[in-house]
Design a protein around this ligand. Structure first.
Ligand code: PMP
Length: 477
């Protein structure tokens, strides 16, 4: 059978393409009707999960890959390499497959299992790097990707953080689509910031097209550096800028043009997650975590606006890739995030009471020496050890590297860093978790258990308190 390219057969119906490369973009805008409550402005969500690779990053992937072909950086038989939290890798893997390239994707270990499986299913080779490494560390995502590029002949590093073809793809597609779809009525554009490609390219286009009318609002996780946070870790994947305490120079991506943003809304994970659950149940849209962050920022923005104003917010991907996280009551409950469904039985939160009244437990910073840690662990049954931070505060669960007890430190040399002598992290149970389930989960563990609320450690209790269903009696707090 001879395949006749569609452009050769004259007029082709809209929505018919020669390859997956051409099928990227032209995603729908869908109005939010119920989660807007009494907001008077119109809020449209741009459903980027309807791209062939499943996310907004298909646009950047296509833009970068075609630019590399055009410049000769990527040649037939070549290998596409990228460091990514997953979606750019999926876009690149899909387009690379269709164009005959091999693809290698380096992802951090916090990336959802579903995303890693999807990458492999697209034929990509997946390298998983440990999280919590400073940017200049040899095990950091980017260092691993760059090493692979050096080793593999014909390899090309996409480099979405600093590749001008990333924002350019959004200037050429996302921005004009939004302008056209709203008939030029858009007044506010809201997007999360990962590499910054989406907000920069689409934001700059919309400002120019509207003669400066369109306001551009960044949606950022509460602790991310972009919005002025201290860079501590958060749980919504793929947006924001984490700052490892040992990172010497905090370099922001070139794909992000800070000037395009008029305002940044800082969104706590719990607000994004609660909204995601509502959107799934009340709007029929199953969206990913960063969509929750972005839509929370869009709703905050829209609340102050009148009925003539039109807010467009980017929903970068689908909730299907996060069924084991934001839509899993087991995952949510263990971290103390809102569950997908209301709980009628007693929870861990009922047991510990008002979290604001709890004294956060002692968490040892990873930079202590063994001698210093010994002093602090003395008289306790064990303490968590978390990534060193200048500004202390309740530790984020994901920052906890392990634990120490007097026994684990007994034979350790005094001057060693405590981080070289860690036992496994202590078990944790979340405030939103049904108490019965939490007790079952920790099984026959005895000794200290961490209590989490919205991803942070808020208390340390003895396991027996949980099974007895009371903390006061055992003086565990
Ligand atoms: N949300 C998701 C799910 C993403 O994968 C990304 C890309 N890292 C973003 C938001 C942020 O988009 P951008 O890189 O264009 O800033």
């Amino acid at each position: 059978m001879t395949v006749v390219p569609s452009h050769a057969v004259g007029r082709v119906a809209a929505g018919v393409f020669d390859s997956v490369t051409d099928a990227v973009g032209n995603t729908p805008l869908v109005r939010l009707n119920r989660v807007v409550d009494d907001i008077r402005a119109t809020v449209y969500v741009k459903l980027e999960y309807l791209n062939p690779g499943g996310s907004v990053k298909d646009r950047a992937a296509r833009g970068m890959l075609l630019a590399a072909e055009a410049s000769g950086e990527l040649r037939p038989g070549g290998t596409v390499v990228e460091a990514t939290s997953g979606n750019t890798g999926l876009g690149l893997a899909a387009i690379a497959a269709a164009r005959g390239y091999r693809s290698i994707v380096v992802v951090p270990d916090k990336v959802s299992e579903e995303k890693k499986a999807l990458l492999r299913a697209h034929g990509a080779e997946v390298h998983v790097t440990p999280g919590l490494r400073p940017v200049d560390h040899p095990e950091h995502l980017r260092s691993v990707a760059l090493r692979l590029v050096e080793e593999i002949p014909g390899a090309w590093f996409a480099g979405q953080y600093d590749n001008a073809a990333n924002p350019a793809a959004h200037r050429a597609t996302t921005g004009p689509e939004i302008w056209g779809q709203t008939g030029g009525r858009v007044t506010h554009f809201v997007a999360g910031i990962g590499t910054g490609g989406t907000i920069t390219g689409a934001g700059e286009y919309l400002k120019e097209a509207s003669g400066g009318v369109v306001r551009v609002i960044g949606a950022d996780p509460q602790t991310s550096v972009y919005g002025g946070g201290d860079g501590r870790i958060w749980y919504v994947e793929a947006v924001g800028h984490f700052l490892h305490p040992e990172t010497e120079a905090d370099v922001w991506p070139e794909s992000y043009h800070v000037d395009v943003v008029d305002r940044i809304e800082r969104i706590p994970d719990a607000e994004a997650i609660r909204l995601l659950h509502r959107i799934a149940r009340e709007e029929g849209l199953l969206l990913g975590g960063s969509s929750g962050t972005a839509i929370a920022a869009a709703l905050r923005t829209a609340r102050a606006l009148g009925p003539e104003e039109v807010v467009v917010v980017i929903a970068p991907d689908s909730g299907r890739a996060y069924l084991s996280k934001y839509f899993s009551d087991a995952w949510l409950g263990a971290l103390g995030f809102p569950l997908t469904t209301a709980v009628t039985e007693p929870t861990v939160g009922d047991l510990v009471g008002d979290v604001d009244q709890l004294a956060a437990p002692v968490t040892l910073p990873s930079g202590l020496t063994v001698a210093e840690a010994r002093q602090l662990v003395h008289g306790t049954e064990g303490l968590p050890v978390a990534l060193q931070r200048a500004a202390a505060g309740p530790s984020v669960v994901a920052e906890i590297l392990g634990s120490v007890t007097a026994a684990t430190l007994a034979d350790a040399p005094d001057g060693d860093p405590v981080s070289a002598h860690l036992a496994a992290p202590l078990p944790f149970v979340g405030t939103t978790e049904p108490l019965r389930g939490a007790v079952q989960r920790i099984g026959d563990h005895s000794g200290p258990v961490l209590i989490t609320h919205e991803g942070r450690v808020v208390a340390l209790v003895d396991a027996s308190c949980l099974s007895a269903g009371t903390v006061e009696e055992h003086g565990g707090l």
